[in-house]
Structures are given as C-alpha cells and as structure tokens.
Design a protein around this ligand. Structure first.
Ligand code: 5GP
Length: 118
C-alpha cells in the first residue's frame, strides 16, 4: 500500500488538463468529475489536488478540507439526481479494487430496487 506517487496516472492528467473530463466542481482543494464508466446515473468522482496514491497515504493536515468537498459534492449530486440512497466509497490498493492511483472518492446515487453493480 505504500509506494511512489506516479504523476502519469489518469487523474493527474485530468488535473493538469491533459485529458478531458466532465467537471462538475473545482476549487483549490478538490476536483469532481463524472466517472467515464458510471455504475449508475450521476456516478461522480472527487479527487484532491494534493497528490496521494490512496487514503492511507493522504496527508492528514489536508484531510478535513478534502472531506468537506467530498460531502459538498455528495450533497450536490444528491440534489441533482434525487436518489433513494447514495454510496460514498473508495478503494486502497489493487487487491481492494483500486485501478487509478490518485486518491478518489466515488459518489454513486442509488434508486430503490436497482441492483448494486459495483
Ligand atoms: P477505482 O476502481 O480506482 O476506485 O476507480 C477508478 C474509476 O475511474 C472507475 O470507476 C473508472 O470508471 C474511472 N475512470 C477510469 N478511467 C477514467 C477516465 O479516463 N476518465 C474518467 N472520468 N473516469 C475514469
């Protein structure tokens, strides 16, 4: 779970504007954009601007401001999609399901009766 942050990961490229993303929120702390392969309508990712491979390696001093933005985006996605539930989740390490090694929280709106795909 420890390792060197690689700045050629896809989310680092999105942060630098090198590849496009459908951005829904951005400030000096965080960027939120639509997941390219959504598990449900409105599936959004929230990444910190501070580089870190995962939650365990993320500097604690920045955690409060980043999590405030995760909640802000979760509220905005909820307001926009009127779901019956919302998944807020993140994975650490490939065996846990992580595929992009820049910390990100998933915000996934869920409707009653909809199966969990992810
Ligand atoms: P992880 O499995 O690492 O927690 O999630 C990575 C997420 O990034 C996946 O949900 C995947 O669909 C999404 N993703 C992968 N490549 C891209 C991309 O190029 N653009 C966007 N917007 N999302 C991506």
């Amino acid at each position: 779970l420890t390792g060197t942050y690689e700045d050629d990961n896809i989310f680092a490229k999105i942060l630098r504007g090198e590849i496009p993303a459908v951005k829904v929120y951005e400030d000096d702390v965080a960027l939120a954009f639509m997941d390219l392969f959504p598990q449900a309508e409105g599936h959004t990712l929230v990444i910190p601007k501070v580089p870190a491979r995962n939650f365990l390696e993320f500097p604690g001093d920045y955690l409060g401001s980043y999590m405030q933005k995760v909640q802000k985006v979760a509220k905005a996605v909820t307001a926009a999609t009127s779901p019956d539930g919302v998944v807020v989740m993140q994975f650490n390490g490939a065996p846990a399901g992580q595929t992009v090694f820049h910390l990100h929280f998933h915000i996934i709106p869920r409707k009653e009766g909809e199966s969990m795909k992810g």
